[in-house]
Design a protein around this ligand. Sequence first.
Ligand code: 13P
Length: 355
Amino acid sequence: MTSHDLESIALMLVAEGKGILAADETVPTLTRRFDTLGIQSTEQSRRTYREMLFTSPGAAEFISGVIMYDETIRQKSSGGASLVEALTLQGILPGIKVDTGAKPLAGSPDETVTEGLDGLRDRLSQYRTMGACFAKWRAVIHLADSRPSPACVSANAHALARYASLCQEQELVPIVEPEVLMDGPHTIDRCEEATSVVLHAVFHALFEQRVALEGILLKPNMVIAGKECARQASVEEVATATLRCLRRHVPAAVPGIVFLSGGQNARLATAHLNAINRLPGPKPWKVSFSYGRALQDPALEAWHGRDENLAAGQKALYRRARSNGAASVGKYTDEMEEASPNADDPPHRRDWRDD
Ligand code: 13P
């Protein structure tokens, strides 16, 4: 496969009006979410949940790819076909999370470095054989007065670049995800400063490791005030700061930027994406979504682990996918949403953080 083929796949993932469903929670993370709703977490219940999401009628109109976890890519659907086949039948590209998680960074115990490079070449080759077209690796950056440290930024950037280079060698499009967390009282300005430092380091490392930028997607956080910051920025402020930061640090060769939602309220994540796409001025990349919680939370709540709610869960996913598909082309409106008493986050979602 040439870098041209990788670019074609990357462009399919950010096709007009489409984005990515991140459904790659580890077993412990998904179990924690199930626990808050009283759903038993078994291999079977996790399979049922993922199959519900992946076969949601109509969602493929807005979902170009799905990121899976190792357990899921090996599972079969209730009809006996693999879940990978269930996706490809609908024209959805299968993807796979390949990092093994954020671990404490030696010498800086309040920070993490994402691991998973050992044996990665062989694992990527296996996933490719199983039908994966793209991969994901998430670096986690904690923000505080003295964080992130230069050591944390460079260790994570280096690992992301090594992963991306191996992916391209193994003919998979790497999604490069450096996430500056929303946790904490920091201002939007501080988030912009830290996101700039991180993106600069990541693209420097990608250059050093000879990664073809045409064959990657970037999955960044939006530039946003910390959850505990007294002054939350407006939708317009978030859009303006995010686009300014990306224009300064993301080369034009990158085909697409697909945001993570990071714990934002689901509708706000949609409104932010829409506002970014409506801003005037050049955007050399497609700008779309690769949301986990902001796509899944309403579906998980509607399903609640009960077979009789499978259709309701699928409808909830469809609605969020449709709204985000519209936001990826700047055409989202409030009228696309149901008037719902649950527009605000229910309290249990506060614990639905990623590993
Ligand atoms: P969230 O949208 O819930 O942040 O998840 C996206 C993701 O893939 C995190 O790695």
